[in-house]
Design a protein around this ligand. Structure first.
Ligand code: KG4
Ligand code: ZN
Length: 403
């Protein structure tokens, strides 16, 4: 049993389609990380159904929190604080986690900490780096050195955002007390990259969520077969109030609706409809099908299309991320969120970072997609700074991160 005031934070995450709880010690040691996925519930619809998501969160939240505590070997009384995702996300889904966390914190008379989901994704990487640094006996983890400029690409089903992040230490407090300061320097003007993966997979009769299916099938096709040019995914930089007057070639804004439409057009021009429907029917009949099972159901044209789509999206993300890193003199890059699990993305980002001698970090696969360990980790500096949530805390579906 951990001693009292061991720096134990219970994190709770329910912003989309995963109900998650985790106990993390001092922002670095994951004592438990429980995730109840709703993929099976939403799969027949090819996307998250908000009403069903809220209902599933309600069903799962208590067992998930209990498992997280049991796995951590901790009791409710051992906790130092309860942290919860306040946004962005689905209003009804967020409210389940927030109501539960509020009631728990109130009943236990422990502080409640509100965490931005996007900051959580960034902390998924910081947590693992700090843990590695701690293990190797370094004094202060690299990322906790004040003023170091990090460029973070958060790329998931709901977000494609670039942030400059740096840690500002508060002088009088302990070595890791302070606050993370974020500045948004790029984002999508329409669909998120993960959303494009999901919609294109649905269009091609593949499973949900689409990212892992496209990731698994892409290596079997020719990524240069289809001419998806850069112009199809260029940012709409001249849209009023968006990216201002940036030159398109300079932009760090993303747009993924063009490539999605191009894919749809391609399937129509080459009359791929019947083969897509045949594949959809086979996969619908086997709910346990894995992405690799779709390989025999795909012809060469389909595999080339998948490979070309993935290459275009990954290269657009890569180009703009490194452009931003250069423009804002980032000292290192972090890539996080569900799409950061993509293997081609990791290879191509790592290669370019190596060529530029720029450190780059990704979360482990388990922490790439939504989880609560990242929420508990992001809450740790707030706990040290005494930054607690008010009783009026409520869901913020469109919450922004930083300035
Ligand atoms: O971070 P996440 O779990 O939830 C959100 O905050 O949205 O991200 C889910 C997204 C989905 O769009 C999913 O298709 C995508 O991440 N994703 C992937 C991969 N694994 C998950 N996209 C590309 N390649 C993958 N291997
Ligand atoms: Zn997420």
């Amino acid at each position: 049993m951990p001693p009292l005031s061991a720096g134990l934070i219970l994190g709770i995450e329910s912003s989309c389609d995963e109900t998650a709880a985790s106990v993390v010690q001092r922002g670095t040691a994951i004592l438990s990380n429980v995730v109840a996925s709703q993929i099976r519930i939403h799969s027949p619809y090819g996307g998250v159904v908000p009403e069903l998501a809220s209902r599933e969160h309600l069903r799962n939240i208590l067992p998930v929190v209990r498992s997280a505590l049991a796995e951590a070997g901790a009791s409710y009384q051992d906790l130092d604080a309860v942290a919860v995702t306040e946004g962005p996300g689905l209003a009804g889904a967020l409210l389940v986690g927030i109501s539960f966390a509020k009631a728990l914190a109130f009943a236990l008379d422990k502080p409640l900490i509100a965490v931005n989901h996007l900051a959580g994704h960034i902390h998924a990487v910081l947590l693992e780096e700090a843990r590695r640094a701690g293990k190797s006996g370094e004094q202060a983890p690299e990322e906790l050195r004040p003023g170091r400029q990090v460029l973070a690409l958060v790329v998931s089903g709901g977000h494609t955002h670039l942030y400059l992040a740096r840690f500002e230490r508060t002088q009088q407090d302990g070595p890791d007390a302070g606050a993370w300061i974020y500045r948004n320097v790029g984002r999508t003007v329409d669909d998120a990259a993960g959303e494009a993966f999901d919609k294109v997979a649905k269009l091609l009769g593949l499973g949900y969520p689409g990212g892992p299916w496209i990731d698994a099938l892409a290596p079997h096709g020719n990524p240069e077969a289809m001419p998806f040019t850069f112009s199809q995914i260029k940012a709409k930089v001249h849209r009023k109030g968006e990216a201002g007057a940036l030159d398109p070639s300079e932009s760090t804004y993303f747009s993924f609706s063009g490539i999605k439409t191009a894919m749809l057009r391609y399937t129509k021009v080459y009359e791929m409809g019947p083969s897509i429907e045949a594949r959809r029917a086979v996969l619908a009949g086997s709910p346990d099908a894995k992405p690799a099972d779709a390989l025999p159901l795909c012809d060469k044209r389909t595999l080339d299309l998948i490979a070309s789509f993935q290459r275009s999206v990954v290269d657009d993300l890569r180009r703009k991320t490194f452009r931003a890193a250069e423009r804002w003199h980032a000292e290192r890059i972090i890539v996080s969120g569900g799409v950061a699990a993509n293997r081609e993305l990791r290879v191509r980002f790592t290669t370019e970072a190596g060529e530029r001698d720029l450190p780059i970090a990704f979360p482990s696969m388990a922490l790439s997609t939504d989880n609560a360990a990242m929420i508990a980790a992001a809450a740790w500096p707030k706990f040290l700074a005494g930054e607690f949530a008010a009783e009026a805390l409520t869901a913020e579906p469109s919450l922004k991160l930083g300035s």
